[in-house]
Design a protein around this ligand. Structure first.
Ligand code: E4P
Length: 243
């Protein structure tokens, strides 16, 4: 009977896969927002780093070439690694983006949200190159990025909070809009400042949150865990030799 009903089972399976996608049930991804290779190695060893975002400021802090550092990161983390174009000229963006994409299959070309950036995303997407639209501060910008075919969109919530706007409200709007139309573009919550940003992003169903290493360190910490571990070890010490 199983073989006879195989097409039915297949349809049920397909429906389940689609439902999971609609319910956004793929696990949330956590990225590191840094170009510091030692930090990347340290947290990658925890086994929960899914990707890395860099930007020109982060690369400048390290004093290394973009190409060298991106290639190094690709060896440590097997996931999307964002490398940003540094031009406002469309042809130059395309030239840089195409070159970055050749460095490694996991390189995502980070493109700023402006008219040239949108055109670059459309063209690079057609060529099969993955993109991450950065410096997104409004839902309308996120809508355009998705329509251009961006693989990822990066709303900067901390910088909105900094100017007394509600960064998390923007995430809520983008998640809703993308869900309404089943856009494939993933929401990458960027410019995070503290662990609550990550938790709120997760509650809203954002696909990815990127964070500086200091925030990843804070995600694991709780004083009650530390004191609990110390107490368990102390108590175990008292009885470990008892026969
Ligand atoms: C994201 O891709 C950016 O690199 C980053 O999140 C910017 O964060 P900042 O506002 O802390 O500079």
């Amino acid at each position: 009977p199983y073989l006879k009903n195989q097409p039915i089972y297949f349809v049920i399976l397909l429906k389940r896969v689609r439902m999971n996608k609609a319910n956004n049930q793929s696990p949330m991804q956590l990225f590191l927002d840094t170009a510091n290779i030692e930090d990347i190695k340290k947290y990658a060893a925890w086994g929960i780093v899914d990707g890395v975002t860099t930007n020109p400021t982060l690369i400048a802090k390290e004093g290394v070439s973009l190409e060298k550092r991106i290639k190094e990161i690709c060896k440590v983390v097997n996931g999307p690694i964002s490398s940003e174009v540094v031009s406002n000229d469309l042809d130059e963006m395309l030239k840089q983006g195409r070159a970055y994409a050749k460095w490694h299959r996991n390189v995502y070309v980070k493109v700023p949200m402006n008219a040239e950036g949108l055109q670059a995303v459309k063209i690079l997407t057609k060529e099969g190159i993955k993109t991450n639209v950065t410096l997104v501060f409004s839902a309308s910008q996120a809508l355009l990025a998705a329509k251009a075919g961006a693989t990822l969109v990066s709303p900067f919530i901390g910088r909105l909070d900094d100017i007394a706007q509600d960064g998390m409200k923007l995430i809520e709007e983008i998640v809703q809009i993308y869900k309404n139309y089943n856009f494939k573009t993933k929401v990458l919550v960027a410019s995070t400042r503290h662990p609550r940003h990550i938790i709120e992003a997760a509650k809203l169903g954002a696909d990815i949150a990127t964070m500086p290493p200091e925030i990843m360190a804070k995600l694991i910490q709780h004083p009650l865990t530390d004191s609990g571990i110390t107490k368990f070890l102390q108590d175990w010490d008292k009885v470990k030799n008892v026969q």
